[in-house]
Design a protein around this ligand. Structure first.
Ligand code: NAP
Length: 307
């Protein structure tokens, strides 16, 4: 009998799983809520550590190539938000927003992560009105302007370098006194005359009228609050997992990422978690793709051996 796999999430992990399953001649359907595949790959202006592109590649360009690979392989793609996953005697039921139910023998959960909120006044109000999480999308609006950037991770450092090709002045705020992100980029940032680093400072509020005009922050060393006049603010403060669709079916680690075995299977037989939503050491495009391939291979062998 035909065995069906539903892949939920169209980032690198989900795409890799679907492509591998298709190439194993397995029945696979992808579910993605956005109109374009790629997940967070779309966001960075340039990805320099994905192999095969020695000059780096734009996130949007890579996402477009991944999307083409899925459509060229005729992998069925349903553009819907998944509302629930339930396990029954026959397998799994995946309920979509349009009330369609996909039945599956295997589910690969590849939803990635969502933006971590700062939970400060003005964050929700000014999102898209001078507050941005996407330099590729919004950098050109800040040509010759003064901006603040929040965060000290890989994304923040990569995107700050890119933003410095547009903005005349960047105030980079990090809550500690050493960066978490790529040390090679940290050196370039320290030597970039357009960028002023504010270590040990935490965001307090985002203010403005129609659009952002002020960033308020607290200097942790002096415990004093300050305000800065800015034309815009970019927030790169990381991502958090959302495993709520798998509630009751999976175990989570202390940070709410889904625990799996080495085949990326969760504690529920037939349910796999791959990519950034799964508990792991290194969250990169290359490790997400590895996860998808490993899960697909395990499903293929489970079907072959009937175990
Ligand atoms: P991240 O590594 O979680 O860094 C988030 C940054 O925001 C950290 O510096 C953190 O400070 C800061 N932060 C978090 N909450 C904050 C708050 N409330 N107020 C102020 N600052 C706050 O996130 P990311 O840089 O987006 O990276 C996510 C994952 O993607 C990582 O695994 C990263 O390696 C990967 N990534 C890879 C590439 C690539 O390979 N090309 C590019 C980008 C990202 P602390 O440092 O004090 O925690």
């Amino acid at each position: 009998m035909k065995k069906i796999t539903v892949v939920i999430g169209g980032g690198p992990a989900g795409i890799s799983a679907a492509v591998y399953l298709k190439r194993f001649s397995r029945d696979v359907t992808m579910v993605e809520q956005n109109m374009m595949l790629g997940g967070q790959v779309i966001i960075p202006h340039k990805i320099e550590n994905y192999l095969g592109f020695p000059e780096g590649i734009g996130g949007f360009d890579l996402a477009s190539m991944l999307q083409k690979q899925v459509t060229d392989l005729n992998i069925p793609l349903v553009y819907q938000t998944c509302k629930s996953i339930t396990k029954n005697k026959e397998g799994f039921s995946v309920l979509l927003e349009n009330n369609e139910v996909l039945t599956a023998d295997f589910v690969i959960f590849a939803v990635g992560t969502k933006d971590r909120l700062l939970s400060i006044p003005g964050e929700a109000e000014f999102m898209g009105k001078g507050l941005s999480t996407c330099a590729t999308c919004d950098a050109p609006f800040f040509k010759n302007k003064t901006i603040a950037v929040i965060g000290g991770g890989d994304t923040s450092l990569t995107e700050t370098m890119y933003l410095s090709t547009y903005a005349s002045k960047i105030h980079l705020f990090h809550r500690r006194d050493s960066f978490r992100g790529f040390s090679s980029l940290a050196e370039k940032i320290k030597n970039n005359p357009k960028i002023q680093i504010h270590y040990s400072c935490i965001p307090v509020a985002i203010k403005g009228n129609e659009v952002v005009n002020t960033f308020a922050y607290r200097d942790l060393k002096t415990d004093k609050e300050h305000t800065l006049t800015v034309d815009g603010i970019f927030k790169f403060t990381g991502y958090i997992p959302d495993a709520s669709l798998c509630e009751g079916l999976v175990d989570l680690d202390s940070q709410d990422f889904i625990l799996t075995n080495s085949q990326k299977e969760t504690r529920t037989s037939g349910l796999y978690a791959v990519g950034d939503v799964s508990s792991k050491e290194l969250r990169q495009i290359i490790t997400a793709m590895n996860d998808g391939a490993v899960a697909a291979n395990h499903i293929h062998h489970t079907i072959i051996t009937g175990s």
